[in-house]
Design a protein around this ligand. Sequence first.
Ligand code: GDP
Ligand code: ZN
Length: 388
Amino acid sequence: MLRARAPDLSDGGIDPYSTGENGIHEDPAVHNDLTRLGWDTAFEEAFTPHAAEGLLPGRIVLEHTHIYRVAMAGGEVLGRVSGRLRHDAASRADFPTVGDWVAMAPAPHTGDARILAVLPRRSRFSRRAAGDPTEEQVVAANIDTVFLVGGLDGDFNPRRIERYLLVARDSGAAPVIVLNKADLVEAPEAMAASVRALAGTVPVHVVSCRDAASLAVLREYLSPGRTGALLGSSGVGKSTIVNRLLGHDLLRTQDVRESDSRGRHTSTARQLVPLPGGGVLIDTPGMRELQLWETGEALAGAFEDIEGIADACRFRDCRHQQEPGCAVRAAVAAGALAAGRLESYLKLQAEQAHQARQVDQRAQLDEKRRTKAATRALQKRLNEKDRH
Ligand code: GDP
Ligand code: ZN
């Protein structure tokens, strides 16, 4: 039973587990069935070279600042990124995150196990790193289904769901739209219709946490070995849905609080939680605060209607603002295209352009720094030569 190991982090300590001498925490009561956690033949294949090195597979279930909790067949261990992985990492995105399958080696003596490699991700959710908006930070990986949760109550906002759809399309996870709080409105299905209009082939489910039976449909996406996650604004009912799926209020009490070096308290919990029915749910603060990160291809895919109309614009680089002969504005004027839809499209484009500029500036700065360093090194060598 996976559930036997609900990590007790309620004491607020960073390391509630003591690790054994070789860094692998042995607990005979725990035996993880990796297939229930999502391990399959494709991952096994990707793991072949690591298996040849004698490494073992594990899945990241929690990320602390520099230490990870990893579910392995023999139980959970605490692991640190190896020097090799650190050295090979081209960017922050190459470091492990919750949901990643990793290659583990026990530490030779005392200490924590080591994470030597991250398997290629099937899907990933990223955001701009705190403190550096141009750096990608992966907040969760290998999610099969992402539930895009919206509330049908006062905050009902199809445009926001549209934005989350973009994020989902970019991630590689299959989106499912969940319209919650059906009990609070008169005609939930009529409201759902407006969402279905923009959802295309993405399933839309109307649910209420007050009606347990309505949530049963979500379990169908979370069969053994499947990984799900919830995305949506604060207050739409994500925590309540997670707790209903778990059958008890585990999740909210698991947040790990730890002090950083400045003594501030930051919640750094990362979580992958096994469900009674067999699947797993990922719920991380990062997922909850997700911002758009490079919606490039997704932007085009999600606005095919507008791009189609834009083919008829007089100018090929028409921005559909004040340009003469703009077919898109004409379509809005004729009532063939919703003004709100064009508005979301333009807003997202502006956001993307802004971000692209930031990434660009960063690249230029890096280049400058590299050139300066190289010049200094050369100067030093020349000076040394002079002295000899
Ligand atoms: P989160 O911020 O998305 O995690 O939202 P919560 O799960 O904390 O829910 C916010 C509030 O909405 C809480 O007071 C819940 O009890 C309430 N809530 C959640 N789902 C429903 C629902 O289906 N119907 C009603 N009436 N209230 C709900
Ligand atoms: Zn145009």
